[in-house]
Design a protein around this ligand. Sequence first.
Ligand code: GLP
Length: 257
Amino acid sequence: MLPSPEAVAVVAADLVTRTVRRKPDAVIGLATGSSPVALYDELAARVAAGTVSFARCSAFMLDEYVGLGAGHPERYRTVIDRLFATRVDIDATRVHGPDGLATDIAAACADYERLIAEAGGVDVQILGLGSDGHVAFNEPGSSLASRTRIKTLTSQTRADNARFFDGDLDAVPRHCLTQGVGTILEARHLLVLATGAGKADAVHECVEGAVSAMWPASALQLHPTVTIVVDEPAASRLQLRAYYDETYANKPDWQRF
Ligand code: GLP
């Protein structure tokens, strides 16, 4: 629980920085959406200051809209280039995403899974939470063992994301390719970012709810190494809030980033 979205970004950047310092050729899992924007700003500032380098890293995006052309500003690959890849020193040819323009969708999804495996798996996976509890684009009802595949977006998610399309709901694609919950759970460390009251239910269900496909993010409870960084409004529905505060305040130094 941190006082502001800016503080969330700094703590998250500390974790990513620590990962890359320990393993300079780390594989970074990249999320889109508004939640990681401040983190990408912070990482870009650190690269400019010379305190971290992604020169030997590779990266895999979580998801992609189906059907948005290469030049579309809201195509996730374009967004990741704009927010992260072109602002840090990563080699753009080592930034990968699912191919939302593939004619053979099943083959493209299988290829993506293979590419992640060949890279040795994801070291740190940055994640946001959908207000409906989705993680990447694994909407409620997704198999908790799912792999990269095509999904149909819920109307809630399309409405949430219409803000990126000038409020035009019809412009928001209906389909996406997304890493599955099972794919995400194979990353070595999951870093979840959530800010604002709109995420309070999703954070509560993710951390404290029953593990259920109704809240796909609740499957993260099955992962041994998850760091969830939230601000006060996003933490407002946590039942064990006092215990988490106490745990955080009393973390031994070796557990801090
Ligand atoms: C989006 C993305 C997710 C993201 C989530 C939350 O639609 N596909 O990867 O984490 O929904 O978005 P935001 O961070 O904008 O609230």
